[in-house]
Write a protein that binds this ligand. Structure first.
Ligand code: CDP
Ligand code: CDP
Length: 229
């Protein structure tokens, strides 16, 4: 199992994790895990079941009973296509609240490990390199200034015809960053052996190429020094 390569990409909201991880996976022919989607799916499932946001037991049950599947760009909860529904701001906020609960994180743990299948996996989230895949082949931590990230979200939303203001986006992003970085369990922080990539002034394409170059260098090194040497 540990021989199946994993590239772990972590970082704060709108740092480009999804874009970079998805493209790296496509170019390497690897599977892709959007771990944030699992927290969003759990949130949506709990909302639909009417689970109280403070009912930790009910939330953990919703996580453990999560029936979801991914098909290309589409995400399904049971058989319902919820690709757009899980991206709602309210679902993201609920997701970041329930992500502070150890029981919810525990319930989603095995589900995430299951994505590690040949020929390899690119996983993005907050704790891919620190908790879920601590022995990943390559760990990357993406950063960008809050202004740059808010501007990216703004462009994404306007592009989809969703109205937004920079002021509200910055406020929401700062709140979410603080909650993700300060929670007791699996907080957002770079793994000690993560490669840091500051992308405020970098295109997504340049970030993708940097990750691919790091991965190629690691493969080359491992091929010339097989494990154990
Ligand atoms: O997954 P995460 O929330 O970290 O970010 P995302 O959903 O991938 O959104 C990042 C947005 O910023 C996308 O529209 C990208 O095209 C854009 N972008 C980027 O990802 N990386 C850069 N270096 C520059 C822009
Ligand atoms: O799109 P954005 O980067 O804002 O969020 P996301 O990656 O879809 O994740 C939604 C929420 O789930 C985050 O705010 C985190 O609180 C939580 N999350 C987490 O705790 N651990 C992960 N591995 C992924 C997401």
């Amino acid at each position: 199992h540990s021989k199946i390569p994993v590239i772990a990409i972590d970082g704060p909201t709108a740092s480009g994790k999804g874009t970079v991880a998805h493209q790296v996976a496509l170019r390497l022919g690897f599977h892709y895990l959007d771990s944030g989607a699992l927290y969003r799916l759990t949130a949506l499932s709990a909302i639909r079941k009417g689970v109280d946001p403070v009912d930790e037991h009910g939330l953990a049950k919703a996580a453990a009973a999560l029936h979801c599947h991914f098909n290309g760009e589409h995400v399904f909860l049971s058989n319902d296509d919820v690709t757009a529904a899980i991206r709602a701001e309210a679902v993201g906020n609920f997701a970041s609240r329930i992500a502070t609960l150890p029981t919810v994180r525990q319930a989603l743990y095995a589900l995430q490990l299951g994505f590690r299948v040949p020929p390899g996996l690119v996983a993005d989230g907050r704790d891919m390199g620190t908790v879920i895949f601590p022995r990943a082949t390559l760990k990357v931590f993406l950063t960008a200034s809050a202004d740059a990230r808010a501007a990216r979200r703004y462009k994404q939303l306007i592009g989809k015809g969703i109205s937004a203001t920079m002021h509200d986006l910055l406020k929401d992003l700062n709140e979410r960053d603080a909650r993700d970085a300060n929670r007791a369990i699996a907080p957002l922080k770079p793994a000690e052996d993560a490669y840091m990539l500051e992308t405020s002034d970098m295109t997504a394409e340049a970030a993708i190429n940097q990750v691919l170059a790091w991965y190629a260098a690691i493969r080359k090194r491992d091929d010339s020094h097989p494990a154990g040497n």
